[in-house]
Design a protein around this ligand. Structure first.
Ligand code: BES
Ligand code: ZN
Ligand code: ZN
Length: 460
């Protein structure tokens, strides 16, 4: 089902979106019977609350709540919840909400239309909304479509979303926007110089690969690198069952950069985009890489494996080294990289790292504006020694696990030495319980913050 707005319709019904303080003034716009009806239902404009009111031929409209100031601080995309409760019909908004706050609500509406129904029939909302005047509806639809792609890719289970299927998804996306794509697969990874992508992925019967997509001929160069671990068993240092349970989502970084790429291409942003995805399955067989193996990376740095479950940084390192070989104005990696990031900030917030303080500030502001929460963590130099073992250049899994998200980010940064501006997002890519416009399951993080920041980041 496309996530889009309805065409203007003279018969559309008013949907009042209000705060509790605005309730009485709003009811004075309704006729007396309607106002009494809404009062009798006990409607008090709590966050996401909804009350339809009758007219001569059925429903005449609805009032919906944004909640008190306290509630509004705790929720985002409230209109998504409202949509889920609305009966079939075409509505138009009547509200004081404007600007970015209005766009957040409208995106909530669109995204609450997202349903993952690949494997079972699901009900869809039949409520439609006419986009308010002055809103860039096409832009919001492009963002929703990108986010839906991210969710679909993450939600698809690993049996149907291996490295090959991830490649197919990237190829389909490239085809839709006339982007160029090339893929290096299996043993060709060794010949082409991606030894760590090969080492991590070689134990799976589903061949590892490096996906390289390019779009746009002019403008600043943006390179996105996404972790595409289609399933993470942990390798020989196997994950316990409970930790492995969600690991179909370990390609969440890849899914998020593909969703962001879709937004960028659909909006026709004046930049040159490159998307790099190391796509592998971290599996176990006789050819699996082992603890204490020492791998030589594309960049030439040697890496001692202390835990085969710290595989994401290995595949990303080769992809980042490739990115670093040609000039980019900005390189951004996105990855479901560490459990430590989750312990630190939970599922909602995406910690990020930036080599340039002004880039960091730009993204923080943009994330707040578009309700895509991000929080900067430091490249804390004194911890560099934690990733330096005895007999190789780098250690992929410092013992003790202190500052796990930071040491992982420091590890990745070692592979980006020629590109002054590099950012890294340690995302979760998963919503553990249903929230407004975000059903339980795969979810994009950071992509909308980056999209909103791009004009300032790249001078577009
Ligand atoms: N894919 C995981 C990270 C992960 C775990 C993300 C849970 C989200 C939720 C990654 O490959 C991993 O296992 N990292 C290890 C690294 C450690 C062995 C140094 C981790 O975070 O425990
Ligand atoms: Zn792992
Ligand atoms: Zn992983």
């Amino acid at each position: 089902m496309p996530l889009s707005f309805a065409a203007a319709d003279p018969a559309s019904l008013p949907l009042y979106l209000i705060t509790p303080e605005q309730l009485e003034a709003t009811l004075s716009n309704l006729d007396e019977a309607q106002a009494q009806w809404v009062r009798a239902q006990g409607f008090s404009a709590g966050a996401g609350s909804l009350c339809t009111f009758p007219g001569a031929s059925g429903i005449a409209g609805a009032v919906a709540g944004l909640g008190s100031e306290k509630e509004r601080k705790r929720t985002r995309f409230t209109l998504g919840t409202v949509r889920a409760g609305l009966p079939k019909g075409v509505y138009h908004l009547v509200t004081d909400v404007t600007g970015e706050a209005l766009e957040e609500q409208l995106l909530g509406w669109l995204m609450s239309g997202y349903v993952f129904d690949k494997y079972a029939k699901k009900s869809h909302s039949e409520a439609e909304l006419v986009a308010p005047e002055g809103v860039d509806a096409a832009r919001l639809e492009a963002i929703a479509a990108g986010e839906a792609l991210t969710r679909d890719l993450i939600n698809t289970p690993a049996n149907d979303m291996g490295p090959e299927e991830l490649e197919t998804a990237a190829r389909d996306l490239a085809d839709s926007y006339s982007a160029k794509i090339s893929v290096t697969t299996g043993d060709a990874l060794l010949a082409e110089g991606f030894p760590m992508v090969h080492a991590v992925g070689r134990a799976s019967p589903r061949a590892p690969r490096l996906i390289d997509m390019r779009w746009g001929d002019t403008g600043p160069v943006l390179t996105l690198v996404g972790k595409g671990v289609c399933f993470d068993t942990g390798g020989l240092n196997l994950k316990p069952g409970a930790s492995m349970g969600l690991m179909k989502k370990d390609m969440g970084g890849a899914a998020t950069v593909l969703g962001l790429a879709k937004m960028i291409m659909a909006l026709g942003l004046p930049l040159q985009l490159r998307v790099l995805i190391p796509a592998v399955e971290n599996a176990v067989d006789g050819s699996a890489f082992r603890p204490q193996d020492i791998l030589t990376s594309r960049k030439g740095l040697t890496v001692e494996i202390n835990n085969t479950d710290a595989e994401g940084r290995l595949v990303l390192a080769d992809a980042l080294a490739l990115a670093d070989e040609t000039p980019s104005d900005l390189v951004i990696s996105m990855a479901t990289l560490t459990g430590a990031a989750r312990v630190a900030v939970g599922p909602d917030i995406a910690p990020y790292f930036a080599t340039d303080a002004s880039d960091a500030a730009t993204v923080a502001k943009a994330g707040a504006r578009v309700a895509d929460p991000v929080w900067q963590l430091p490249y804390w130099e004194p911890y560099e020694t934690m990733i330096e073992p005895g007999i190789a250049d780098l250690d992929n899994a410092p013992s003790g696990g202190m500052a796990g998200s930071i040491t992982a980010a420091l590890f990745l940064r070692r592979f980006v030495t020629e590109t002054p501006r590099y950012m890294h997002f340690d995302i979760y890519g998963w919503n553990p319980s249903a929230k407004p416009a975000r059903p339980k399951g795969g979810v994009g993080q950071g992509a909308r913050a980056i999209l909103a920041a791009l004009p300032e980041l790249l001078g577009l």
